[in-house]
Design a protein around this ligand. Structure first.
Ligand code: UD1
Length: 338
């Protein structure tokens, strides 16, 4: 088969690295980078360290409103599809790049294969939820990371061509943790790991509350700052919070594996914390990964200082060893269904 894969944002590079390797053993892949993430430490670093082939197309579409970004991507991916005539389009997750790719393909009657299908937040207040729901609705094959994702699709009447495969992020995490890329921070010691990048949390009020909580913790906090929050984070600087540039995947896994606890609004990092057996406080209103919320191992918190501190001090059950995210071979299972 000839497959056009569309990626654009950090977590998609990690997922594509795992799947592309397996896919290219039997099929032809045309890799399209929409340009959504473009700073070297948000994009190129992942291609280099994960050995992802150079994209065949870089559409160079960045920034702007959601509609503008998604619309420009839709038109540009359509051009690629018209000239490449693939048998299917492969899309990952829930970003604007995902929806744009899927929409371009379905309108040309090219089947859409969606990896990380079936996740639900329960409210369209989050741009990612719009992207997920619409992409799933127009996908020909839906690859679910968990049983709960299969259940969410069934609840919406989507039962055909739904495959429970496990999570390709878990495949990637296992490889990175076992490999040479694992790095400890330069001065090992106790620290918490913070990331905040969601649109709904990227405002002065929310970030001030988060920083007030972080300032009171019993160890320093390391915060790799997404570029959208760089200025704001610097303006709120506090000695207990170490602001660092965005880090590559291996460095992130190293930071995760050596930290005390995680505070994040990232869908990826909250389950990587679960993989690593690290307690996590997630700064979102709804659970997207219900499997991680056992025994307080992942707790939702509002962007309020008091709530964050309360959740961080809650008693957390030990890692039971139960692994709801598959066996580390999701990529092989996915490609076998192509
Ligand atoms: C996007 C995804 C989100 C995913 C995240 C992964 C959408 C709606 N959201 O969020 O689901 O969890 O990627 O990291 O697609 N910017 C830079 N340099 C970059 C990238 C972004 O400066 O390399 C700035 C731009 O000004 C941009 C803003 O950050 O407008 C936000 O970036 P955007 O890609 O819209 O959303 P993310 O928050 O990265």
């Amino acid at each position: 088969m000839k497959i056009v894969t569309v990626v654009g944002a950090r977590p998609q590079f990690v997922k594509a690295a795992v799947v592309s390797r397996v896919l290219r053993e039997k099929h032809q892949e045309v890799l399209v980078h929409t340009g959504q993430h473009y700073d070297a430490n948000m994009s190129a670093v992942f291609f280099e360290e994960l050995g992802i082939p150079e994209p065949d197309y870089n559409l160079g579409i960045r920034g702007g409103t959601h509609g503008k970004m998604t619309g420009e991507m839709l038109a540009a991916v359509e051009d690629v599809l018209i000239s490449e005539k693939p048998d299917a389009l492969l899309a990952y997750g829930d970003t604007n790049s995902t929806l744009a790719g899927a929409l371009a393909a379905v309108k040309l009657h090219i089947p859409v294969y969606h990896i990380e299908a079936g996740l639900r937040f329960g409210s369209f207040s989050m741009p990612e939820e719009v992207n997920r729901v619409l992409t799933d609705r127009i996908s020909e094959k839906l690859f679910c990371p968990t049983k709960s994702a299969v259940g969410c699709l069934a609840a919406e009447g989507i039962r055909r061509n739904v495959y429970l495969t496990g999570d390709v992020m878990y495949d990637a995490y296992l490889k990175a943790s076992a490999g040479t890329g694992r790095r400890a921070p330069e001065e090992p010691g106790r620290y918490y790991l913070l990331t905040v990048h969601r649109e709904e949390n990227s405002n002065p009020e929310s970030l001030t509350e988060v920083f007030q909580a972080m300032a009171q913790l019993d160890a320093k906090v390391i915060y790799p700052v997404h570029p959208r929050n760089a200025k704001l984070a610097q303006s709120l600087a506090h000695p207990n919070i170490e602001l660092i540039e965005p880090v590559g995947y291996f460095e992130m896994v190293g930071l995760l594996n050596h930290c005390e606890k995680v505070i994040t609004d990232s869908g990826g990092l909250q389950r990587e914390a679960f993989f690593a057996g690290k307690p996590c406080v997630t700064l979102l209103d709804h659970a997207v990964w219900p499997e991680t919320h056992v025994g307080n191992r992942n707790q939702l918190a509002k962007c309020e200082c008091g709530d964050i501190l309360e959740k961080l001090s809650a008693k957390v059950a030990a890692d039971s060893g139960e692994q709801p995210f598959g066996d580390g071979h999701a990529a092989e299972k996915i490609v076998a269904w192509f």
